[in-house]
Design a protein around this ligand. Structure first.
Ligand SMILES: NC(=O)C1=CN([C@@H]2O[C@H](COP(=O)(O)OP(=O)(O)OC[C@H]3O[C@@H](n4cnc5c(N)ncnc54)[C@H](O)[C@@H]3O)[C@@H](O)[C@H]2O)C=CC1
Ligand SMILES: CC(=O)C(=O)O
Ligand SMILES: [Mg+2]
Length: 474
């Protein structure tokens, strides 16, 4: 698997084909390399040649390179250009601002802007809670990253992070009709990040932290939760944990095991790994049955770590003081939870797990083991990707959880609201639908957001986190 992309995507090959060369010869070559032609458009024709755009589905970057070489080497063809539809889709970014009221004449102008706007400003100045009714605050989330843990790509900086944050903003809008701003900060200084987020908070109903590396992400989130009165939610921690728990609740129904009895090995004790561990402890998993593995091996209490989170993890888990690599500690595990990097789990490891292994290989974009390799040896397999069954991805959680939190004007997103969201997601799949390939609803299942919203609002009301009760909940 390539480290960047695997799974089919489309490229457009613009090619000038000499007269006398049949297009069918070219098409056969493309087919022989495994390319799937999905469209052919004639761009121009002359007596010497035809220029065509041929849209082809390819498997991955290596496949694309092979296909391009095969066409470029053909003496009857001049390859004019190769464009990738994913890149084309990103030209100029993916979102824009849209007006809710027109500004077409002086009259409009005097209301949306000065002088009319001044009266609205003063009303909010006198009663700041009016920001919720008279500004975008009540429906707007800030999606904030410092670019230090972008997907599984690592520290690629704020510019590199932007396409992901724009994508999250699109998902907020599409799934939950929430507006959001992608904000990528050109600093990795914890205090500066906290100061900036606090300073911009007045415009927003909630803060979605994204792809900020551990352990810094823990302090940033904790401090902001204490110092702001709007929900602050680190999606890679809690969104992932909620969806993982939903998947595990359903997977256990298939294998007939109980949370209390599960032996679990985690690969990756970063933002997502820590939060998934915590939510599983809340759900009944016993800390003595958990072992966490990082690049340096199994976390254990005989070691002292520079990363304070690893020391905390060592005290909490692995009382048998298992040491060594993932392969050394995976023997007898019922569940593997991967939130680390590509390819760290091997087929041999799967063979050493307990009966009916559950494998959630959630590293993005390339999982800890490919479903193709794992399939013969696991009972339930899930990844973070959309091109395999059982996508465990925080996109199933964050739109609905923020929709609920903003609709009841929650001051925070607490543990009860997260567990409620997990149960809501799990319960969407009926007993008669549940199977190894369907433990988690599709991201596009229209019931997900509404169900998560509803359960989150109820939990917020029950725990005193709600500042208002939406009309449809009364
Ligand atoms: N499916 C989903 O919804 C989500 C998936 N993820 C994925 O989980 C992974 C971790 O994300 P975060 O926790 O946010 O990052 P992070 O930077 O906070 O933590 C990464 C952790 O993985 C460990 N790690 C990295 N490569 C490793 C390797 N080859 N072997 C063992 N350990 C390794 C690091 O030591 C660290 O403990 C990423 O691949 C990310 O894409 C994260 C959030 C959501
Ligand atoms: C899905 C997601 O948030 C991640 O991979 O970082
Ligand atoms: Mg993320």
């Amino acid at each position: 698997m390539s480290n960047v992309t695997k799974g089919s995507y489309s490229i457009i090959l613009r090619m000038e084909i000499s007269q006398g060369i049949s297009f069918f010869e070219i098409a056969s070559k493309i087919n022989e390399t495994g390319g799937d032609i999905i469209a052919v458009d004639m761009i121009s024709a002359s007596k010497d040649s035809n220029v065509r755009d041929v849209t082809v589905n390819v498997f991955d970057e290596t496949h694309q390179e092979r296909l391009v070489k095969c066409i470029a080497d053909d003496p009857g063809v001049r390859l004019v250009n190769v464009s990738d539809q994913t890149f084309l889709l990103h030209l100029g970014g993916k979102i824009e601002t849209k007006l809710k009221v027109p500004v077409k004449n002086r009259d409009d102008l005097s209301r949306v802007y000065t002088p009319g706007v001044a009266r609205v400003c003063m009303a909010i100045h006198e009663d700041p809670s009016k920001a919720y009714s008279l500004t975008i605050k009540r429906n707007t989330v800030a999606v904030i990253s410092d670019g230090t843990a972008v997907l599984g790509l690592g520290n690629i900086g704020p510019y590199g992070a932007m396409p992901v944050m724009e994508g999250k903003a699109m998902l907020f809008k599409e799934m939950a009709d929430l507006d959001s701003f992608p904000i990528c900060l050109d600093t990795t200084d914890t205090e500066e990040i906290i100061r900036i987020i606090k300073a911009i908070a007045p415009a927003f109903g909630g803060i979605n932290l994204e792809d900020i590396a551990s352990p810094r992400c823990f302090e940033i989130e904790e401090r902001l939760k204490k110092e702001l009165d709007i929900p602050v939610f680190h999606d890679d921690q809690h969104g992932t944990a909620v969806v993982m728990l939903a998947g595990l609740i359903n997977a256990l129904k298939i294998v007939g095991k109980r949370m209390e009895d599960l032996r679990i090995v985690f690969s990756g004790i970063g933002a997502a790994g820590v939060a998934c561990t915590k939510i599983l402890l809340s759900a009944g998993v016993q800390s003595k049955n958990i072992v966490g593995v990082t690049r340096a091996g199994a976390i254990n209490r005989n070691e002292t770590y520079e990363n304070p989170i690893y020391n905390w993890y060592a005290e909490l888990t692995n009382p048998e003081i298992k040491t060594g690599t993932l392969s050394d500690v995976i023997h007898g595990a019922d569940v593997f939870i991967g939130l680390s990097g590509p390819g760290v789990l091997k087929v041999e490891d799967l063979k050493n797990m307990a009966k009916d292994p559950i494998v959630f290989a959630m590293a993005n974009p390339t999982p800890e083991i490919s479903p193709e390799e794992a399939a013969p040896y696991v009972k339930v397999m899930a990844t973070g990707r959309s091109d395999y069954p059982n996508q465990i991805n925080n996109v199933l959680c964050f739109p609905g959880i923020f929709r609920g939190a903003l609709d009841c004007r929650a001051t925070m997103i607490n543990e009860e609201m997260k567990i409620a969201a997990a149960n809501a997601i799990a319960s969407i799949i009926g007993e008669d639908e549940l199977n190894e390939q369907y433990i988690i609803p599709s991201v596009f299942n229209s019931k997900v957001v509404e169900s998560v919203r509803h359960h989150v609002i109820q939990a917020a009301i029950d725990t005193g986190a709600a500042r208002r009760i939406p009309r449809d909940t009364q």
